[in-house]
Design a protein around this ligand. Sequence first.
Ligand SMILES: Cc1cc2nc3c(=O)[nH]c(=O)nc-3n(C[C@H](O)[C@H](O)[C@H](O)COP(=O)(O)OP(=O)(O)OC[C@H]3O[C@@H](n4cnc5c(N)ncnc54)[C@H](O)[C@@H]3O)c2cc1C
Length: 317
Amino acid sequence: MSYTSFVTVVGCGVSGLTSAIRLIEAGFSVEIVARELPPETTSNVAAALWFPFRAEPRDRVLAWSKATFDELVRQHQAGVPGVTMTTFIELYDHEAPRPFWETAVSTGVRRARTDELHPDYEMGWAADVPIVETPAYLPFLVERFSSLGGTILQREVQSLAELTAPDRIVVNCTGLGARDLLNDEEVFPIRGQVVRVTNPGIRRALTDDEGPRRIAYTIPRTDDIILGGVAVPNDWNRTPDPELSNEILRKCRELEPALADATVIETRVGLRPGRTTVRLERETFPDGATVIHNYGHGGAGFTLCWGCANDVVALFG
Ligand SMILES: Cc1cc2nc3c(=O)[nH]c(=O)nc-3n(C[C@H](O)[C@H](O)[C@H](O)COP(=O)(O)OP(=O)(O)OC[C@H]3O[C@@H](n4cnc5c(N)ncnc54)[C@H](O)[C@@H]3O)c2cc1C
């Protein structure tokens, strides 16, 4: 690849912002172009617990998850806004093998103690993991990028060819938007709906992905708690379903009885950018233009972001 110092990153969710920051740190001149900016991106809807959920392929996901885990722990220790650590328990109503993500967790994984388990669950795997609070973290990323000299332009792109040029590389972080932009039929929505409620003081995160309440999760943040949820493939409906919200509240209140009097603040829907596998690779177009793709992170965009951003930079080598 011929060397260029100018990069256009398309997309201003967590994938675009972290890629853009790593590129500008590596010495490139970087601009972001995006149709939606925070707080209007899918990334703003995320809970966002470190947890490799609905993203493939497993070997690459593990490596990206590990790199991101280590970076988020470092950021937490450095006092970066919006990065907390919490005890997370994955609940099972049957004996489950050790989780595949164990090797990515430097803080260690343990069996949940009996006193940590709801009676409906036989066991759980517990770990101390990062939570990213998007209302604080995404503005932090925007500010970090801007303070390094990056620029952000709000604009819809109809074709990546609009942006490519001999002296410019394009990094495509368009999430679900890649389906239309590239006619990539491997990209599909995985509908999520969350209810944000007041936090009565809960500090641990719970998920039931396979048991009697599947899917249910409670993700505590500093000032509120995110309750979920659903993961419905190929559902494009962005309107909150009130019945589903009631169902989410019921299941989560069963899991965490302290939520009984929690007040609903809002309900949000987000379409996770599903793909058969995350697409992180370099492509040379017929006219010689170079594009680096970084999209299709499913339910794990925050869990993979820094690992993927490092690999984006490596593809410039
Ligand atoms: C309910 C819910 C809960 C979630 N919980 C978690 C969690 O606990 N942990 C976790 O790791 N992940 C979670 N996720 C998943 C996570 O939110 C996504 O994987 C992540 O946000 C994807 O980020 P992204 O930057 O790739 O895409 P997005 O945030 O969707 O950003 C895409 C960007 O591309 C732009 N774009 C698209 N098309 C065009 C175009 N044609 N022209 C210009 N710009 C364009 C958009 O405007 C936007 O700026 C959750 C998601 C949902 C919906």
